[in-house]
Design a protein around this ligand. Structure first.
Ligand SMILES: Nc1ncnc2c1ncn2[C@@H]1O[C@H](COP(=O)(O)OP(=O)(O)O)[C@@H](O)[C@H]1O
Ligand SMILES: [Mg+2]
Length: 594
């Protein structure tokens, strides 16, 4: 319950609407508890009519009869009127309280989403996407079930019980006590069964999701399954899972089947007690027959809320568990924080000063004492084997992580003192694992900028040597990317990502292994077109292959997190170290494949 108190601020935001909702609850219950009185009175009228009938005087009986039907008609009209009012207020109650819960759900989702966007890379490395998605969908919807239905039913329950008991006690306190005795037992039994059903359903839900995952994997890996002739084994495995799913479902059906008989039995017992105890009192004249009818209706009114107590309790329990997960998540503080709102125009000088970096999640030291300075407008390459720390340099520049020690400066300002959004938006960064959205090619390229025309998009697609290929897509630039659209090759994705970085016209461009999936001929074409579009901009090209068509001002050879060699292409070749052996290797490979 403590966890749920964090919802107070949301309730406070919608307190007026909520308050009106509670008034509707009271009104609807007030009208509802009034109607049994009418029935009771009507019955008493009929009883007294029967008592007053004179066996011999039919003339008098006719007068009495017409009087009775007039009275009953009036009762009937009042009853209908009250029932309509009750219905109206029940409708309004749902409209207000459920609407409040939808508003609060919306607010929580927005808060979560905003928080997600503020968290940094290391958070996303630690948590899996499915879990993160669950919090914003499943958990929020459970909390909403509390805010809406659970709160509404609780308030409603409270007033129904209070009004009904008050009305009953007005007739006979003693009989009221008799009637109330079975109720706690009833609600306990229902809670108990509900709890079982709840647990069984959870287990079944999990089993079903296992089953689905397995089936899905089988279908997508069908070529592997078939080529290894494992159909039979896979089938057996699936059958086993499927059988266990069936067994659990049958068990649930059994518990479920008990629910209504037990409820009806208990309600039946209560009714018998009421009629018996009530009958005795009618006999001695302390209450009327109409009062018994009223009692029976009040009891029916009480049964439903009492039997829903268990359900409401389990809603609250679930909501509380979900709220805890949400709160835990909201408490996570981003490691990367923004200290300033000053926006600097980036010129493009980059310097690393004794940078050391250890990944916080794994403790792997990726960079050791790395220092270099790229003057604005120069074109540099970082070359090195897989795992040598190349991508880490790019991520640190983007401030996805903060350095462990040392400092990184852009235009002589430490990246930690840049406004984070301003820093990132002025760097054209193509990450190693490119990502395209399920949108059109045009929207993917124009992702980082506002209001672009097709002309501009085409211009930068040309710079990235992807224009001709896009022209061949079914809807050209309007072609959808991803599952519902074209399947792009790795090299096409990389070049679309390059276009996306170029269109920002950044003064600092970082390409992280962005041509790795491109064939040699395309690579040469793009190196040439890139050469033109990056003129005058600071460019850092990260690669594991030597690019011969771009003239680099300097080349850093990275090995195991440290700078192993440094210089121009010629200098490095003459040195006869790592770089020159890599060059020889690559040359050999080219002549072999050519
Ligand atoms: N997110 C990460 N969490 C932990 N360790 C990482 C992460 N990314 C990279 N590493 C480790 O840091 C080292 C350098 O990786 P990286 O910079 O990606 O090298 P490169 O780009 O040269 O292949 C490697 O040992 C790698 O395993
Ligand atoms: Mg890398």
């Amino acid at each position: 319950m403590k966890e749920l108190s964090s919802l107070n601020k949301y309730f406070a935001r919608h307190k007026y609407r909520f308050f009106i909702g509670v008034i509707f609850v009271i009104l609807s219950n007030g009208f509802r508890t009034y109607n049994p009185r009418i029935i009771g009175k009507a019955i008493d009228k009929v009883v007294s009519f029967i008592k007053n009938i004179e066996p011999n005087s039919s003339a008098l009986n006719t007068v009495l009869e017409s009087e009775l039907s007039k009275t009953l008609l009036i009762f009937f009209l009042i009853y209908i009127g009250i029932a309509l009012l009750e219905g109206l207020f029940t409708f309004l109650m749902r409209q207000t309280i459920i609407v409040v819960s939808r508003h609060i759900e919306f607010d929580i989702k927005n808060d979560l989403y905003t928080h997600y966007q503020n968290l940094d890379t290391s958070f996303y490395k630690k948590n899996n996407t499915g879990d993160l998605m669950n919090r914003i969908t499943e958990d929020v919807s459970r909390v909403r079930m509390y805010v809406g239905p659970a709160v509404m039913y609780s308030v409603n329950l409270f007033f129904t019980i209070a009004f009904a008991i008050w009305a009953m006690a007005n007739i006979s306190i003693e009989l009221t006590l008799w009637v109330l005795i079975p109720l706690p037992i009833l609600s306990f039994v229902i809670y108990f069964i509900n709890d079982r059903v709840e647990k069984a359903s959870t287990v079944i839900q999990e089993q079903l999701s296992d089953l689905t995952t397995q089936a899905q994997e089988n279908y997508s890996g069908i070529r592997v399954v078939q080529s290894y002739a494992r159909e039979e084994a896979m089938l057996q495995h699936f059958e086993k899972e499927s059988n266990s799913y069936k067994a659990k479902n049958l068990w649930l059906a059994k518990i479920d089947a008990l629910y209504f008989p037990i409820m009806n039995l208990l309600i039946g017992i209560s009714l018998i007690v009421t009629i018996y105890a009530g009958g005795l009192r009618v006999g001695n004249g302390s209450i009327t027959a109409g009062n018994i009818a009223e009692f029976l209706i009040y009891m029916n009114m009480l049964m439903w809320p009492v039997s829903s107590l268990g359900w409401v309790a389990s809603l609250i329990q679930r909501a509380s568990a979900s709220m805890k997960r949400i709160n835990d998540f909201l408490k996570v503080k981003p490691n990367i924080t923004n200290h300033t709102n000053t926006e600097n125009k980036m010129v493009g000088k980059v310097s690393f000063e004794n940078v050391n970096f250890t990944y916080p999640e794994t403790g792997i030291t990726a960079l050791k004492q790395v220092s270099f300075t790229i003057p604005a407008g120069e074109r540099w390459a970082i070359i090195g084997k897989t795992g040598s720390g190349k991508s880490t340099i790019a991520e640190l520049l983007m401030r996805m992580y903060d350095v462990t020690s040392g400092s990184i400066k852009i235009d002589d300002i430490d990246v930690r003192n840049w406004n984070t959004a301003s820093l990132r938006s002025q760097i054209g960064y193509v990450p190693q694992d490119v990502f395209l959205f399920s949108e059109t090619v045009k929207e993917n390229i124009a992702f980082g900028i506002k209001n672009t025309d097709l002309e501009t998009v085409v211009k930068y697609a040309r710079h990235a040597s992807i224009h001709e290929e896009i022209e061949r897509f079914p809807q050209k630039y309007e072609t959808m990317v991803g599952e519902r659209g074209v399947t792009l090759s790795g090299g096409q994705k990389q070049r679309i990502s390059i276009a996306r970085a170029l269109i920002k016209q950044p003064n600092l461009l970082i390409l992280d292994d962005s041509l790795s999936a491109v064939d040699v001929a395309t690579e040469q074409a793009i190196q040439q077109s890139l050469s033109n579009s990056i003129a005058g901009k600071t460019t850092l090209i990260i690669t594991h292959r030597i690019f011969s068509f771009i003239n680099f001002d300097k080349i850093i050879v990275l090995n195991d997190g440290t700078i192993a060699e440094f210089g121009t292409h010629e200098e490095l070749l003459n040195k006869g170290g790592l770089y020159s052996s890599l060059y020889t290797l690559q040359k050999q490979h080219h002549t072999e494949t050519a």
